[in-house]
Design a protein around this ligand. Structure first.
Ligand SMILES: NC(=O)c1ccc[n+]([C@@H]2O[C@H](COP(=O)([O-])OP(=O)(O)OC[C@H]3O[C@@H](n4cnc5c(N)ncnc54)[C@H](OP(=O)(O)O)[C@@H]3O)[C@@H](O)[C@H]2O)c1
Length: 243
């Protein structure tokens, strides 16, 4: 029976590319989505066309009770689950100390930190071996941002990656990828990313293929844990003022 991977936020964009790349490596795929059911079905069809099995799982990761059941539900269908990719995320602009700050903080922490935390703990408890890869953000090295609650949630997930790597060893490896300028966020164009790219060391945007090759590397290298790989053209090396 082939090993299986659970990919959260796998219906489109980076999550979808990770799911397709893992399918090409031979994994069966448990494809999680929240609202994008049609996209999830299309991605599942593409995965099956590669000769891999794939099932879609709906779950609102801001709901703690639903989130707690996701790994159990996946395990029932894929008993050989041994890879968890925490890619689902929200990314909303905000301003510290504005009236909606606490609401924004709760939302970002629920989806971007608490859900990966719960899924990782459930994965450890139920799967007992394998590996976890968390999707962070290259901006975790910085403190200047128009997205403070998002940034705080990713900084917390970075620390969780290291804490869990120690806590879950030697059974589960826990690593992370911190992407830089890969895909424009909702409402922004490619031109926006190309403009930002002029200010980073390698002067260019990254690709989803550069993310998926890093996923493959982290999934395969059995001697890596607690690592955060910045796939960002060197952006994290610059201080906040220059970035
Ligand atoms: N794009 C980039 O260049 C970039 C840069 C830095 C970091 N990253 C990180 O890389 C990862 C993937 O990036 P992306 O741009 O592909 O992500 P994205 O498009 O912003 O979001 C991925 C998925 O998250 C899911 N999601 C949002 N709220 C959810 C909820 N309440 N419950 C369950 N799922 C929820 C959505 O699923 P549905 O559509 O099914 O609702 C969405 O498709 C993220 O963790 C992101 O922070 C990306």
């Amino acid at each position: 029976m082939p090993a299986a991977a659970l990919v959260t936020g796998g219906s489109k964009r980076i999550g979808k590319e990770i799911a397709l790349a893992l399918a090409s490596m031979g994994y069966a795929i448990a494809l999680h989505y929240n609202q994008s059911k049609e996209d999830a079905k299309k991605t599942a069809t593409q995965i099956k066309a590669k000769g891999r099995s794939c099932e879609i799982f709906q779950c609102d990761l801001s709901n703690e009770n639903e989130t707690r059941l996701l790994v159990t539900n996946v395990k029932k269908r894929f008993s050989n689950l041994n890879l968890l990719i925490n890619s689902a995320s929200i990314f909303e602009s905000s301003k510290l100390a504005s009236p909606n700050t606490i609401h924004s903080l709760s939302r970002h922490f629920a989806v971007n930190f608490k859900a990966p935390y719960i899924l990782s703990c459930e994965f450890y408890r139920l799967c007992k071996k394998g590996s976890i890869i968390n999707l962070l953000d290259a901006n975790i090295t910085k403190n200047k941002t128009g997205y403070p609650e998002y940034l705080l949630s990713k900084k917390a997930l970075a620390d969780f990656t290291r804490v869990a790597a120690v806590e879950f060893a030697p059974y589960i490896r826990v690593n992370a990828i911190a992407p830089g300028l890969i895909l424009p966020p909702e409402g922004k164009t490619n031109a926006y990313l190309n403009r930002l790219a002029k200010n980073i060391p390698l002067k260019t945007r990254g690709s989803t293929a550069q993310i998926t090759s890093t996923v493959k590397f982290l999934a395969e290298n059995q001697y890596l844990t607690g690592q955060i790989i910045f796939v960002d053209g060197g952006a994290h090396l610059l201080n906040a003022e220059k970035a």
